[in-house]
Design a protein around this ligand. Structure first.
Ligand SMILES: [Zn+2]
Length: 348
C-alpha cells in the first residue's frame, strides 16, 4: 500500500515537472534543467529495455555506451596513465565466464594536491526472473540507478568548479550484485596508488526519501571514521541532516562498494569474528563509506523498484549538498579511522 501511494505521488510530480519544462519555451533555471536531465538518466537506466542491467548480458552494452557518453559530456578524463574509462575484468559464475567492466573517470583538481576522493555507485542490478507472473524485470531504479545518477550529478557540479581541494575519481562499478566484484577488482588492481586515495563515498538507494525523514541521508559505518563529522556541517548548512546508520545490525558497511576499499584484507573469518563472535578484527583499509536515504521500504530487490518511485528533485538536492561538502574540504583534510568496538583499523 505504501509503495502504491509513493509511486502515484512520484508520477504526479513527474507530470508536473514535464509540464513546466515544456511550457511556452520559458527558459529553465539551471536547477530545473538539472532535475530534468537527472530524470532522463533514471528513466534510461531503469527502463524495461535494459532487462534489469544484469552483468554480462547483451543489454549492458547499451549501458556502457551510455556511460561513455555521460563521462565524456561531463568532461571526465580517463585516469592518469590510462587511455580509456573502461576497466575490464572477467570472472567465473556458475560455470560460465562472465565479462564485466568498471567505468572510471576523474576530475583534475587544478591544484597542488596529488590525492583523490572517490565517488561512485554500482550500475549493475539483478536482471529478470522469467518464472514470475506479470512484471519480470528488476529495474533497479533505486538500487542503484539512483546512486549512479547522484555520482554523475556530483561529477557535473565539481567539473564546473574553478579548482577543487582534491582530485575526484568518479566510478560506476559493475558486478556489485554478484559480490562487490567491480569495486573489489579495482581495489585489487588499482589504477592509482591506493595510498593517494584519501577517502570515498559510495551511494546506495538514494532515490526514495520517506516523509518522516525529509532532507536526510545516512552513512554506513559512521562510527568508524571522522568522515561523518567532516560532512555533517555542510549538510546542516544546506538544511539537511546526515544521520548515523539506522540499520547497524545489518552490517551494510560491509555490503556496498566502499567495503573492498575499507576492508581490503577482509575475509569471511574476520566478518564472523566481528559480528558473530564480537571480537575486534585487524583491518588495513581506506576510510570509505556508503550513503543512503533508504529507510527499509519494500522495493529493495523487487520488481517495483521502478523509475516512478524515485524522487528526482530530492536526489539532485542531495547530490548538490555532497558536491558542496567535497568542494568545501580543505586540501589538508585527513580522513582517519576512529577507535571502535568492531575493527582495529590502520591505513595502507
Ligand atoms: Zn545496491
Amino acid at each position: 500500500m505504501k509503495s502504491v501511494l509513493v509511486s502515484s505521488l512520484a508520477v504526479l510530480l513527474g507530470l508536473a515537472l514535464s509540464n513546466t519544462a515544456s511550457a511556452n519555451n520559458v527558459p529553465q533555471s539551471a536547477k530545473e534543467a538539472g532535475v530534468e536531465h537527472a530524470q532522463q538518466w533514471i528513466n534510461f537506466l531503469a527502463s524495461d529495455e535494459l532487462k534489469g542491467r544484469k552483468t554480462g548480458t547483451l543489454e549492458m552494452k547499451q549501458v556502457h555506451a551510455w556511460l561513455e557518453q555521460r563521462f565524456k559530456a561531463i568532461g571526465l578524463k580517463p585516469l592518469p596513465e590510462t587511455d580509456s574509462y573502461r576497466q575490464e575484468f572477467s570472472f567465473e559464475h556458475k560455470g560460465n565466464s562472465i565479462d564485466a567492466v568498471n567505468y572510471i573517470g576523474y576530475i583534475d583538481c587544478r591544484c597542488d594536491n596529488d590525492k583523490y576522493i572517490m565517488v561512485g555507485a554500482h550500475y549493475d542490478h539483478v536482471g529478470q526472473n522469467p518464472a514470475l507472473k506479470g512484471d519480470i524485470t528488476f529495474n533497479g531504479a533505486d538500487d542503484d540507478a539512483s546512486g549512479v545518477v547522484a555520482s554523475l550529478v556530483i561529477a557535473e557540479l565539481l567539473a564546473q568548479k574553478e579548482s577543487l581541494p582534491f582530485n575526484i575519481i568518479i566510478a560506476a562499478w559493475d558486478a556489485e550484485e554478484m559480490g562487490l566484484l567491480g569495486s573489489k577488482h579495482f581495489a585489487e588492481n588499482p589504477l592509482v596508488p591506493l595510498n593517494k586515495v584519501e577517502t570515498g563515498i559510495m551511494f546506495e538507494l538514494v532515490g526514495t526519501p520517506v516523509e518522516e525523514h525529509p532532507n536526510s541521508a545516512w552513512m554506513t559505518g559512521n562510527q568508524y571514521s571522522n568522515l561523518f563529522a567532516l560532512l555533517q556541517d555542510d549538510f546542516s548548512k544546506a538544511g539537511w541532516s546526515l544521520d548515523a546508520d539506522p540499520f547497524a545490525q545489518m552490517g551494510l558497511f560491509m555490503r556496498s562498494d566502499n567495503a573492498p576499499f575499507a576492508l581490503m584484507d577482509l575475509t569471511q573469518q574476520k566478518a564472523e569474528q566481528v559480528f558473530k563472535h564480537g571480537q575486534q578484527a585487524d583491518i588495513t583499509g581506506i576510510p570509505m563509506h556508503a550513503i543512503s536515504v533508504w529507510r527499509g521500504q519494500d522495493h529493495y530487490h523487487q520488481v517495483h523498484d521502478e523509475a516512478e518511485i524515485i524522487d528526482v528533485p530530492n536526489l539532485v538536492a542531495l547530490s548538490e549538498v555532497i558536491a558542496d561538502a567535497i568542494a568545501n574540504l580543505s586540501a589538508d583534510t585527513k580522513v582517519v579511522w576512529k577507535e571502535n568496538p568492531h575493527f582495529k583499523f590502520s591505513r595502507p
